[in-house]
Design a protein around this ligand. Structure first.
Ligand SMILES: [Ca+2]
Length: 305
């Protein structure tokens, strides 16, 4: 299903910038998204395109609301509002026993990395105080050219997990064709690496995420699932993902809204990945960098609060 706001015709030009693509499931689910209209049109229309499935489906929509402001009010009340509401999943403190890994980087010395992690890649990735989502410390990753990377890695990653991280890019020196994997799981059952947070620039800045199973040397993708979203540049973005071996599905949420539901076939290992890479790799001949903060893996969904 896609959702958009168009002008009243005859061209029906979109006023919402992009069509929001949602993945309809067999359970009731809440979807929301924020846009800035490109122009004022008193006769604009909201469009729900339900003709996206290969096979006929019966879809029910309920509690549809349009609100002025930065978010939807809780409880689905009608009318215009500018109040704020929380994301779908509650946030967890690092002391929660559900956590597998939890790093806010606050207790890590500048230029060091958290204990239990190792550095890989051509560029040193370490903790800095030059930008943070929480507190004063974050992880700064950078790259130096084509196929260059800067990662920290942790071993022993359960195949069944939820992940959450915030990222914020520095001013980009390459504005086109950027493709930046930031969280990589090793390995899929076919031996390839699984890029679960893979940021792309599909002509709209770094505003797309891809699930990608790929050769370690980037010599060819075997499967992808892609979503685009409207995100403010140079702003912290919250990405969550789920790796679920039982259903062989991968999900990703961007700023609290689910954007990808992908059936991997049999690519998710039954028990564990050998390691996780956190940082960035790029495939352009430019230097790029990003801050990463509030990274966590958990046995339950973490949320963006
Ligand atoms: Ca922090």
């Amino acid at each position: 299903m896609t959702v958009a706001f168009d002008d009243a015709g005859p061209k029906y030009t979109t006023l919402s910038g992009v069509e929001m693509e949602e993945f309809v499931t067999s359970s009731w689910a809440s979807y929301k998204y924020t846009f800035t209209a490109t122009t004022t049109d008193a006769t604009a229309r909201i469009v729900f395109n339900l003709g996206m499935a290969a096979n006929p489906l019966s879809v029910k929509l309920d509690n549809i609301g349009v609100y002025q402001g930065s978010s939807c009010p809780a409880g689905g009340s009608s009318g215009s509002s500018s109040s704020s509401s929380s994301s779908a999943a509650p946030s967890q403190a690092c002391s929660d026993p559900a956590f597998i890994l939890c790093e806010d980087f606050e207790k890590v010395a500048v230029n060091a990395i958290p204990s239990g992690w190792t550095i890989t890649g051509a560029r040193r990735t370490s903790v800095v105080t030059t930008g943070a989502h929480s507190g004063t410390h974050s992880l700064k990753a950078s790259t130096a050219g084509f196929n260059q990377s800067g990662f920290i890695e942790h071993t022993g990653i359960p195949a069944a997990h939820y992940g959450r991280m915030y990222y914020r890019f520095d001013t980009l020196t390459s504005a086109t064709s950027l493709h930046i994997p930031m969280v990589i799981l090793h390995k899929a059952t076919n031996g390839q690496e699984v890029r679960v947070v893979d940021v792309n620039s599909p002509g709209q800045g770094l505003s797309g995420l891809k699930y990608q199973v790929n050769f370690p040397d980037d010599s060819g993708a075997s499967s992808t699932a892609f979503t685009s979203f409207t995100a403010a540049q140079q702003a912290w973005q919250c990405v969550e993902w789920q790796s679920d071996p039982a259903s062989q599905t991968y999900k990703v949420w961007v700023n609290g809204t689910q954007r990808i539901l992908y059936n991997t076939g049999n690519l998710i290992p039954a028990t564990s990945y050998t390691r996780l890479s956190l940082g960035m790799i790029t495939f352009t001949n430019t230097e790029e960098s990003a801050w990463i903060d509030d990274f966590a893996l958990s046995t339950k969904r973490i949320g963006c609060n």
